[in-house]
Design a protein around this ligand. Structure first.
Ligand code: GTP
Ligand code: MG
Length: 327
């Protein structure tokens, strides 16, 4: 951990933030780390930070990596970083753990795995936890992405730990979502359950060194053919990899590139990014609203209104209107 000198004395004028952002843009990893910490800590400087970052965002490709625990996400992420570095790309990695209240702990193993890239100045690696934020990941992750974009990352990989809702949330933040499955994990059935048939842009059958990879590929292909996918004519490819041996990741990169080209030519890139901005604005607004609601709720207004409704002096709609007028 790097020490964090206080920024408090600079609160309000934003000059410390401007300095941090320009250092981050120059590729200073400590400045990048500090900016992400400001995001995580919900610093009062956040408005200044996002304001200063805005002109430098919108260029990176964002790739989400999801899949069941142990399927090989971290191994694949590390191998992908290697491939992308070969192509001269600056890479950001955001490992997001929605279930952990602490960043780092659960992802320690991943950090060790990522050590191949620890000394590469063109790679930023950061783990984040939602820490029980109101609005959780939907609010914090996009801001961390902005920091990495401003730092000049060409590609940002988001690895999520966990299943279900978080996978869908991450998919909504990515331009391209990779869904990893592996033979022998009961993934054939899980796939349909978790809704991953709808979110994948590229499917990766990892651990292809194990028995059952071809069967899994066949099953997945027929399930995908039946799935109700709405976004145009993109047919998600299925790639086989052995991430632990660095095998097949070049093909994954090719498919990510092909998907990106399709996103651009079909107009879907703009659609997805606008939708993402919408979600982001909504998450920020709802978080603010909840905070204000908490303020109102904490006072006695609600109790008074409730007593009035219970006594028949008022109706609940009028009471709700009165409460909203307070916000
Ligand atoms: N046989 C085989 N093992 C692999 C392959 N890829 C990864 N593994 C192993 O599978 C285990 C889990 O890999 P991780 O990359 O940590 O999986 P993960 O999806 O990040 O796991 P969580 O973060 O816990 O959800 C490790 O022991 C890897 O070495 C592969 O292609 N073949
Ligand atoms: Mg992992």
């Amino acid at each position: 951990m790097t020490a964090r000198p206080s920024l408090r004395r600079d609160r309000g004028d934003g000059s410390a933030v401007g300095d941090l952002v320009s250092r981050a843009r120059d590729g200073d990893p400590r400045a990048v780390a500090r900016l992400i910490s400001l995001v995580e800590d919900e610093s009062p400087l956040l408005r200044d930070v996002t304001g200063a970052l805005a002109p430098h965002t919108g260029r990176a490709r964002i790739v989400g990596i999801t899949g069941s625990p142990g399927v090989g996400k971290s191994t694949s992420t590390s191998a992908l970083v290697g491939e992308l570095r070969k192509a001269g790309q600056r890479v950001g990695v955001l490992a997001v753990d929605p279930s952990s209240p602490f960043s780092g702990g659960a992802l320690l193993g991943d950090r060790v795995r990522m050590q191949d890239h620890a000394l590469d100045k063109e790679v930023y690696i950061r783990s984040m936890a939602s820490r029980g934020h109101l609005g959780g990941l939907s609010w914090a992750t996009p801001q961390a992405l902005r920091v990495l974009e401003a730092a000049g990352c060409d590609v940002i990989l988001i690895e999520t730990v966990g299943v279900g809702q978080s996978e869908v949330e991450i998919a909504a933040m990515a331009d391209t979502t990779l869904v990893l499955i592996a033979p022998g994990m009961g993934d054939g059935i899980q796939a349909a359950k978790a809704g991953i048939l709808e979110i994948g842009d590229v499917y990766v059958i990892n651990k292809a060194d194990r028995d059952g990879a071809d069967t899994l590929r066949r099953d997945l292909r027929s399930m995908l053919a039946l799935a109700d996918r709405t976004e145009g004519e993109w047919k998600p490819p299925i790639v086989k990899t052995i991430a632990s041996r660095n095998d097949g990741l070049d093909e994954v990169v090719t498919e990510i590139d092909r998907h990106h080209a399709w996103l651009e030519s079909s107009g879907q890139l703009a659609v997805r990014r606008t939708r993402r901005a919408r979600d982001e604005i909504e998450a920020i607004a709802l978080t603010a609203l909840r905070a204000r609601w908490g303020d109102v709720h904490g006072r006695s207004e609600l109790d008074d209104l409730a007593a009035g409704v219970a006594a028949g002096d008022s109706d609940p709609y009028a009471a709700a209107d009165a409460l909203l007028a307070e916000l």
